[in-house]
Each structure stands twice: as structure tokens, then as C-alpha cells.
Ligand binder design. Structure first.
Ligand SMILES: [Zn+2]
Length: 103
């Protein structure tokens, strides 16, 4: 049986394409700070698309979910509505939908 990658902060295993971090996980807290900063940027700018470098925590999360691939260097966020964003990572092209409460 191969060893599954685990979060370096809370040791939660990656399974079925996601990592369920402990509530107290510092990596999770950093990912949430980034999401909150993105939401604030959209609120302040009034724009619907943001492109920025990936954060260290986003790259760590990708290494957990896709251990065979290099983590992505850039992310494009497209606001679809209140608290709803599409995230598209480059260069992999991997995309997901992000919901942010409180926006
Ligand atoms: Zn964690």
C-alpha cells in the first residue's frame, strides 16, 4: 500500500481529491486568509477577474492533491456572483469552484 501524502501542518491525509484539514490547521488558516484577501480585492476593485501568483499554501495543497505534478505558479480567479469564484491554475489548467461565505 502506497503512503498517501498528508498535510505538513495537521497531518490530514489527501483522499478523493481533497484534504479535510483540522480546524486548527495553520495551512488551512492561510488558505482562508488568501480567499478572504481575494474577496476583499474583488469588493474594492469592482472587477470580475484577478490574476495573481499562487501562494505557498496553495502550492502545498496542490502537492498533496497531485503529488506527481509540479504545483502551479499562477491562478486566475473569475467572480461569478456573490461569493462564487472559478479558480483556474496555470500552467496545469486545473479549475475548481470556490464559495466564500460572508461576501
Ligand atoms: Zn492541514
Amino acid at each position: 500500500m502506497s503512503r498517501r501524502p498528508v498535510c505538513p501542518d495537521c497531518t490530514a491525509p489527501a483522499a478523493a481529491g481533497r484534504v479535510v484539514h483540522a480546524d486548527s490547521c495553520p495551512l488551512l488558516a492561510d488558505l482562508e486568509r488568501t480567499t478572504a484577501a481575494d474577496a476583499a480585492w474583488f469588493r474594492q476593485s469592482g472587477r470580475s477577474q484577478r490574476r495573481r501568483p499562487t501562494t505557498a499554501s496553495e502550492r502545498t495543497e496542490q502537492t498533496l492533491l497531485r503529488p506527481a505534478s509540479k504545483p502551479d505558479q499562477e491562478v486566475t480567479l473569475i467572480r461569478q456572483g456573490r461569493g462564487r469564484y472559478v479558480r483556474r491554475f496555470l500552467p496545469s489548467g486545473m479549475a475548481d469552484l470556490l464559495a466564500v461565505s460572508g461576501e
